[in-house]
Design a protein. Structure first.
Length: 357
């Protein structure tokens, strides 16, 4: 809507408006055009040059750079619109974004023939640009979570309460109960029809009650299993699988899977998706089972507290974990680091050197 409103003000000719609508309709949440200019030209029965002319105008809309085909194009559109006169910044955007992506600033400075401290000035300009111009205007909705289960702590005990407001309240209609009782067996077809529907309704209510009981059993087992986490924090979280829980409460694994889907638990430590509590186990040196989530948290903390000028490699992180009786392979450290969206040590070091220049 924000772009459509601007297009109605910017374009007067119907053909231009038609092209603009096709361009805007194919812009993703990041602000980039997801179809080719040639395809739009073909659809609108016009030239590629005309489409690019309209697209060029759209790139000047708010947010600047929207409708670009590439990151380079989006950044250059912002440079031009803001009238930034920085040839080196433009050179970096035009030819060396691959080095920026790798944080290889030493190589970039050498290629440009400038010092790291000089490069830092130009990089600050580039960092001030928006690589995803459409995000702040995306139509993504904010979802508010209503917990299905509430866990409170009273007198040192964790109590579980199902949120009845989130559970449907149903009962058999008294009207149909009365109708069935008044229906004569002399009218067998009507009687059978009503009795069949009544039995199905009873079975449905029974199934619903069973479902609520299962939700409570699942919540109870999670709270018992994760008591350490709920009372002391992430370092005390334990591994848990759907199969383990299913076996403990006497239901099929798929039943547990359906129960935990899209359900949330409010606890003294915050609101969590029930799925949060399920993750695999790794074995410690003394045979105890250790949660993969706990190891990820430890890796995160080690990296947060590392010497930024000499960051920890995956091997070094593995060695620290081994000394803490959390023995895992280097490739597992790398896997968890990537899942945490943390870059490898050589890139972390380059970023620090650039910031410290």
């Amino acid at each position: 809507d924000h772009l459509d409103w601007q297009a109605n003000l910017a374009f007067f000719h119907e053909k231009d408006k038609e092209i603009a609508q096709h361009i805007i309709g194919n812009i993703n949440e990041d602000g980039y055009l997801t179809t080719s200019v040639e395809e739009i030209a073909k659809t609108c029965k016009t030239s590629v040059e005309k489409v690019n002319e309209v697209r060029k105008k759209i790139q000047e809309f708010d947010p600047v750079g929207v409708g670009s085909l590439t990151l380079k194009e989006a950044l250059l559109a912002q440079i031009e619109y803001l009238q930034i006169k920085d040839e080196i910044a433009c050179t970096i955007i035009n030819h060396h974004l691959h080095l920026v992506e790798k944080s290889d600033y030493s190589h970039l400075a050498k290629v440009l023939g400038i010092s790291l401290s000089a490069l830092k000035y130009h990089m600050e300009i580039i960092k001030g640009l928006d690589p995803t111009p459409g995000v702040k205007y995306s139509q993504e909705r904010t979802f508010y979570v209503v917990p299905d289960i509430t866990v409170t702590k009273e007198d040192g005990k964790l109590n579980i309460v199902l949120n009845n407001e989130s559970l449907p309240r149903l009962r058999i209609s008294s009207y149909y109960k009365k109708l069935l009782s008044q229906t004569s067996k002399d009218n067998p077809e009507t009687y059978r029809f009503l009795k069949d529907k009544m039995q199905k309704a009873f079975w449905f209510l029974r199934s619903l009650d069973q479902r609520n009981r299962t939700v409570f059993k699942v919540a109870k087992y999670i709270v018992e299993k994760q008591k350490g986490f709920l009372e002391k924090g992430i370092e005390h979280i334990k591994p848990l699988t759907l199969i383990e829980l299913a076996q403990e409460i006497g239901v099929h694994e798929s039943t547990v899977g359906r129960v935990v889907a899209n359900k949330y638990m409010m606890t003294p430590r915050g609101v969590f998706s029930l799925k949060y509590f399920f993750h695999k186990a790794l074995s410690g040196d003394f045979g105890e089972e250790i949660s993969s989530l706990r190891i990820k948290e430890r890796i995160k903390k080690l990296i947060e507290s590392e010497d930024k000028g000499d960051p920890l490699s995956d091997i070094e992180i593995g060695e620290v974990l081994t000394r803490e009786n959390l023995k895992i392979a280097r490739r597992t450290v790398a896997k968890y680091r990537k899942q945490l969206r943390i870059q490898p040590s050589h890139i972390r070091k380059r970023k620090f050197e650039m910031e410290d220049a």
